[in-house]
Design a protein around this ligand. Structure first.
Ligand code: PMP
Length: 289
């Protein structure tokens, strides 16, 4: 069952008018929120990022955080599966085609849930391959906009050569993946590019940096040159649906030893443990409640 503008229905019955500005202009924002054991993970952080995206496109939030929480709970309850990923999507609504914002138009709000499957075990054991490409997206990549055409084209470059992800380089520096954040490891130090308008502030990215800080893993948040990515000991990919994955081949060449490294093993174990304790409610995370 999905939610569309105040109504609940099977996804096959859900329709939006062709003049929806999401359809016409890609004028909207979205969020993807994992729910483990039927409980949304880091919900407040996702709702804060949603607000940042809405502010970025000057669209009023149609709901309070409390209303979002209730709706998302209903979506989880009306779908099967312990682990789900919730997709919510807001557009500037339906109006005669004109670039300028329409006046007094209700936004379109859509929420669906899909099963959340862990990354394939073999990719965690042997690692995944990635390619690089120039980051040719706009310069508000901190806004989670539904207009994803550059990301779609960039990600397809990877799919075309049976790779998992396209790692993006802008002006000689690492930004992120086409649909993920990217960390590298050099000399046992975890390196993360700093948050800016050139990348999406990933919720999983934050978890990884918090785990590094609380477990005394050496880490630095700083600009990462393309040459450092190409000679990294390890490359790690993070996202809400892929969690943490090791990239062991880059542009056809092995990364470090060509096997998932020690930093991956440590962070992956810490992440799984953190997730489990969060879901059991044993860790008090003020931003979770
Ligand atoms: N960057 C981009 C471009 C993304 O699309 C995503 C999410 N798919 C991420 C980073 C990772 O963000 P999160 O950890 O919040 O899923």
């Amino acid at each position: 069952m999905i939610y569309l503008n105040g109504k609940w229905m099977p996804i096959e019955e859900a329709c939006v008018p062709v003049l929806d500005r999401g359809f016409i202009f890609g004028d909207g924002v979205y969020e993807v929120i994992p729910a483990y054991s039927r409980k949304p993970f880091r919900l407040n952080r996702h709702l804060n990022r949603l607000q940042h995206s809405l502010d970025g496109i000057r669209l009023k939030n149609p709901f309070s955080n409390e209303e979002w929480k209730q709706l998302l709970e209903q979506v989880i309850a009306s779908n099967e599966g312990e682990d789900q990923y919730l997709y919510l999507h807001i557009t500037r609504g339906v109006a005669k085609r004109d670039h300028a914002f329409p006046l007094n138009v209700a936004p379109t709000v859509f929420i669906m849930s899909n099963p959340l499957l862990p990354p394939p075990a073999e990719l965690l054991v042997s690692g995944a391959s990635a390619i690089t490409a120039l980051d040719n997206r706009w310069i508000r990549c901190d806004v989670k906009a539904i207009s994803l055409l550059p990301n779609v084209l960039l990600r397809q470059l990877a799919v075309d050569v049976q790779s998992l992800e396209t790692i993006l380089i802008r002006d000689g520096f690492l930004t992120e993946g086409a649909a993920s954040n990217i960390f590298i490891v050099r000399n046992n130090i975890l390196l993360a590019p700093p948050k800016s308008h050139l990348m999406l502030p990933g919720i999983t990215y934050d978890v990884v940096l918090e785990l590094a800080a609380t477990h005394n893993i050496k880490h630095e948040v700083r600009e990462i040159a393309e040459s450092e990515v190409r000679t990294a000991d390890e490359i790690l990919l993070t996202s809400s649906t892929k969690e943490i994955m090791p990239i062991t081949t880059l542009d056809g060449k092995p990364v470090g030893t060509g096997q998932p490294g020690k930093m991956f093993a440590q962070l992956h174990a810490l992440y799984q443990n953190y997730k489990a304790t969060q879901m059991r409610g044993h860790v008090s995370d003020p931003l979770q409640s």
